[in-house]
Design a protein around this ligand. Sequence first.
Ligand SMILES: Cc1cc2nc3c(=O)[nH]c(=O)nc-3n(C[C@H](O)[C@H](O)[C@H](O)COP(=O)(O)OP(=O)(O)OC[C@H]3O[C@@H](n4cnc5c(N)ncnc54)[C@H](O)[C@@H]3O)c2cc1C
Length: 376
Amino acid sequence: MTLTSQERALVARARAFADQDLVPAAEACERDRAPDLAALRAAAGLGLTSIQIPGAQGGLGMSFAAKSEIAEALARACFGFSMAILNTHNTAWRLAKLTDNPLAQRLFPPMMAGETTGCAALTEPGAGSDFASIATRAERIPGGWRLNGAKAWITNAQHASVAICFAQTGTQGDGAGIGAFIVEADRPGFSRTPDSGTFAIHANGIGGFSLTDYEAPEEALIMEPGAAFRQIMSEINGARIYVAAMCLGMVDAALDSATAYGKSRNSFGKPLGQHQGWRWRLAGAEAELAAARALVRKAEAEHSAGEDTQLIAAQAKYVGIGLANKHIPELLHAHGASGLKADSLFSRHIAGMQAASFADGSTEIMLERIGRLARP
Ligand SMILES: Cc1cc2nc3c(=O)[nH]c(=O)nc-3n(C[C@H](O)[C@H](O)[C@H](O)COP(=O)(O)OP(=O)(O)OC[C@H]3O[C@@H](n4cnc5c(N)ncnc54)[C@H](O)[C@@H]3O)c2cc1C
């Protein structure tokens, strides 16, 4: 799919931001073991929390394909940050679409402006891949709902002021009983749990929260039981495609770094890049990056056109993860020991490629999906 000139310009701005501003910000996140709220606000200032929000609501009205290419550009510097800004974007976009819901209409503008952040909370301490088995409960009370439970491994949960929180209204294990609720962090009954204690990807702000007799108004129910499970499983295809695009970004940046290193580092009297055996490692990555990119661009185009992308999204994520997991360690190896330096991009991308293989569905879940759909 061909992006418009405005979309291409925004992708270019995101890439310049990633290469110039985000690299040092992401290094600081790892040193400080904390997300960088100022960098998230700066990204929002560039328009990265408004991408798909319609122009009539103050957004940019751009395509899914543009968002995915922006995700790729940002992941060149930091997978965790790319996920974080997209999760705020997606929360704001989801709320903006609910034009007849006053609560949603009140919450999305500050999020789009970068003043607040948002998250989508499916995963729990006891339920990841098996989403239908979530234990967070929502019970009807006069005028609304009472929620109890806990969420874990949620991007932005360390600071998000709004969560789209999935909870069971019926019997645990029954996907049809799951609904989605707007949860506000400043209401009684909400408390954050400490960050997940990951060894890297701190820019992601990954963490959890618990809900104890949290009371939500009627209008907080934004995806009805019966529809929510199907809706989120269908929307997650977009996330799988842009996570695949993020894998392209990480490999692309690793190739840039290796190419530069091959020109500056000598061994046996000539630059590394002039040793055929050394160069082949980069050439293999280049060829497989091109193949993966073709698949991801096709998936983005189909998703932007509103087609059913269940199969191609799973294929793209599987291929993107495979590309990153094969070539990022290989490209680190091409740097020799200096690839292990604390400020090397590999300190983020090794963790990023691993995190990518869980976020929005693990590799095994992609294989399950492909196995069921490819040749029914
Ligand atoms: C960086 C990052 C950001 C995230 N952000 C969010 C977020 O914003 N919101 C959110 O809700 N969640 C988020 N998650 C959580 C993510 O969705 C889960 O990690 C993912 O669904 C897998 O769940 P799990 O980690 O509990 O693994 P489990 O489901 O416990 O699985 C453990 C292992 O077993 C494998 N496995 C599970 N079932 C099967 C099976 N049937 N067949 C074969 N193998 C199987 C898995 O592939 C995995 O390797 C994030 C995770 C990461 C790493």
